[in-house]
Design a protein around this ligand. Structure first.
Ligand code: DAH
Length: 335
């Protein structure tokens, strides 16, 4: 009898302190610990069962029943607690990992092409529509392509016009895109109908209209029956498309060693009284054709060269070429 009350007391005690413990459980690991403490192989409840043998027969069944009840209720409560903790854990995880899709995004600046690239592309497109294909050539040239083959021999005074940046004996940074004419003609039999946009270099001190690096577009058309009239048509079409329909244009006699006759082209805006120079041009000199083994009796044609920087300045009313190269975004963003 004494042992029985003793056991009942113990059952009660275990019930109470396991309840306290369960209430304070914070993690699934803690749950497992409590399970081991009470229900594990050497846990408090299996110990109770062992003590059943010490009881007199008449109490044994009753006590066994109570221990069993305690065991299953504890088991249930631990499981319940585990479920709770698992749910909570999942909820917290969801909260931590959720995205607030209503937050305003961060804007990334979208870049754009430099104004000179835009203008160059526009120029190329205009000539492409007239059937010219794009050609390219090296920025580092030999004296032969930059001068000799273009009918500018070593001691020719016209060389003074091109202040060159020499790298080595006979090698320089090209001073114009005209050497591409020679390279293309060397590689192809006529007809040849190309434009060549590209970077050029001169030993110039920067000022409002000069910069040591600048861009040109070269044009060359060689075939059997081309005349100055064809040249005029090509330029007129270009002026209309690039500047607008109401610009006047005029040829002004000039001299280039690689063309004969040569002419500068000027334009005048509908509301302006000033003539603006836009390009050099002319019929390709027979000496140039001979340099690439074209028969000048059979073939003739014309060439022109224009400054991309100058075209951009005229079209957009920019009065200083240095602005293109200063990379001030306040300037560049306008275009
Ligand atoms: N290459 C000349 C320069 O840079 C421009 C030029 C003039 C190109 C007349 C031509 C041309 O093709 O026919 O000053």
């Amino acid at each position: 009898m004494e042992k029985y009350t003793d056991l009942l007391e113990q059952i009660e005690e275990i019930e109470e302190d396991s309840s306290d413990k369960l209430r304070d459980l914070k993690s699934l690991d803690d749950c497992e610990q409590v399970r081991v403490e009470y229900l594990g192989r050497n846990g408090k409840i299996p110990n109770l069962f062992q003590r059943l043998g010490e009881l007199p027969d008449e109490y044994r069944a009753e006590a066994g029943k109570k221990i069993n009840q305690l065991k299953s209720s504890l088991d249930e409560r631990i499981n319940e607690k585990k479920r709770e903790l698992e749910e909570e854990k999942q909820k917290n995880q969801l909260e931590e990992e959720s995205l607030d899709v209503t937050l305003p995004g961060r804007r990334r600046g979208v870049g754009k092409l430099h104004i000179l690239t835009q203008v160059q592309n526009e120029l190329v497109e205009i000539f492409k529509r007239m059937g010219f294909s794009r050609a390219t050539g090296p920025e580092v040239e030999t004296d032969y392509y930059n001068f000799e083959a273009l009918n500018i021999p070593e001691l020719h005074p016209a060389r003074d016009e091109w202040d060159s940046l020499y790298l080595d004996d006979g090698v320089l940074l090209r001073t114009h895109t005209s050497p591409v004419q020679i390279r293309v003609m060397e590689d192809h039999r006529p007809p040849v109908k190309i434009i060549c946009p590209g970077k050029c270099f001169r030993r110039d001190t920067p000022d409002a209209t000069h910069y040591p690096v600048f861009f040109q577009v070269e044009l060359l058309w060689i075939d059997r029956e081309l005349s100055f009239a064809n040249l005029k048509y090509v330029i007129k079409t270009f002026v209309e498309e690039f500047f607008g329909p109401d610009f006047e244009m005029r040829f002004r006699a000039d001299y280039f060693p690689f063309t004969e006759p040569s002419a500068e082209v000027d334009i005048r805006p509908p509301d302006g009284d000033e003539w603006l120079e836009i390009m050099g041009s002319g019929m390709v000199d027979p000496n140039v054709l001979e340099a690439v083994d074209y028969d000048p009796e059979k073939y003739q044609g014309f060439a022109l060269g224009l400054g991309v920087d100058r075209m951009a300045m005229l079209k957009y009313g920019i009065d200083d070429i240095r602005l293109f190269y200063r990379n001030d975004l306040r300037f560049l963003r306008q275009f």
